[in-house]
Design a protein around this ligand. Structure first.
Ligand code: PMP
Length: 355
């Protein structure tokens, strides 16, 4: 019988919650519920049949993003979502048996891409309260470590990693590609961008899926030293980024005000949501992203299904005991979430429980 490569047999099935009937309010994938800039939408609508018939060149888009980020075009490549950038990076550096290191709870694709590249996955458990396990990460570096991924801020906890911790890892593993996944950068504001090209093993991944509200067009950026990006380009399709995504780019970058105002709404609403959830007695982790990790406790399954029946999808995080991850939507959407949680649990704000 035909068999896929052995390493693929070890890759677990991953199902994003986009299959099957969808809740009316999807708060389980950290998408923007606001959508993209109207300028981007107008640009897409203006596309001609002729343009859609052409293979899209990536280069002009890469020049735009390079200018926006203050990098040279050869220090980045556009990707089909940040996902593809992570995949390409792991494929470029991991040989069979090499180690891919990251902390857990974390983003599941690091493992899937690492294993499919033939790598061995080393998952380092987070510290108390899901803090970044710097010393355990440092201790886990071996001669075989070829990729280290640091998700900053981390999904699903929203916790940020200090620059000094990232720098220590970069120094401790000079033969490993260290990828800082900054998918949620806009909600946090701190970045390693100013070090790209200066530190020879530093890579950065960014995405247009979150703050730009463009998850559906699939557009990401992988940044790193020019000579390394040149190697990674060799294994990517020349047309990995679709023409609609490339068409959007200029307007998406130009409409700074749209992103700024969306990000500030999310931050405000995030603080409000955390306060409300805590008033109901649920522990929340301080988040630097567009989602919040919340410990519902034993009642979690009932809360998830109760909200689902009321048209709201939250993300179960079985890797964080008793927790769900809630995407921050508009203020009105979050008010609805709080009302429905109160309905399902019977809790009222006055009922503070000991933590
Ligand atoms: N990294 C992290 C930490 C993410 O949470 C996600 C998406 N949820 C991605 C990367 C991938 O994003 P994209 O849509 O750009 O592929």
């Amino acid at each position: 019988m035909l068999k896929p490569k052995q390493c693929i047999e070890q890759v677990r099935d991953y199902h994003a919650p986009v299959e099957g009937p969808q809740p009316e309010l999807r708060l389980d994938l950290n998408e923007s519920t606001t959508g993209c800039s109207p300028r981007v939408l107008a640009k897409i609508r203006s596309m001609s049949a002729k343009k859609l018939a052409l293979y899209p060149p990536r280069e002009p888009g890469e020049k735009l993003v390079a200018d926006f980020l203050g990098l040279a075009p050869e220090q980045l490549m556009l990707s089909n979502g940040a996902d593809e950038g992570i995949d390409l990076l792991e494929r470029a550096y991991v040989e069979t048996g090499d180690e891919v290191l990251f902390s857990v709870p974390g983003f599941p694709m690091y493992e899937i891409f690492g294993r499919s590249a033939g790598g061995t996955v080393v998952k380092v458990p987070a510290g108390d309260d899901y803090s970044f396990p710097l010393s355990r990460m440092l201790e886990s570096i071996t001669r075989k470590t070829r990729v280290i991924v640091i998700c900053n801020p981390n999904n699903p906890t929203g916790i940020a990693v200090q620059k000094s911790a990232i720098l220590q890892l970069l120094q401790a593993a000079p033969d490993a590609a260290v990828l800082v996944d900054e998918a949620y950068f806009e909600f946090y504001g701190e970045s390693m961008l100013d070090q790209v090209g200066k530190i020879p093993n530093l890579f950065l991944a960014r995405t247009f899926s979150k703050a730009y509200g463009l998850a559906g067009v699939r557009l990401g950026v992988l940044c790193g030293p020019g000579e390394q990006i040149r190697a990674i380009r060799k294994i990517a399709s020349p047309f990995n980024v679709n023409g609609i995504a490339l068409e959007c780019l200029e307007e998406a970058l130009a409409d700074k005000e749209f992103v700024t105002s969306y990000v500030s709404q999310v931050k405000k609403t995030r603080a409000w949501l955390i306060e409300q959830l805590e008033a109901l007695g649920f522990k929340c982790w301080p988040s630097h992203a567009n989602f919040v990790l919340c410990r519902i406790g034993e009642n979690k399954k009932a809360v998830l299904s109760g909200l689902r029946a009321r048209g709201i999808g939250l993300r179960d995080r079985p890797d964080c005991e008793g927790c769900v991850r809630i995407t921050i939507g508009t203020q009105a959407e979050m008010e609805r979430v709080i009302t429905e949680i109160q309905q399902v649990t019977g809790k009222r704000p006055a009922e503070r429980v000991a933590r």
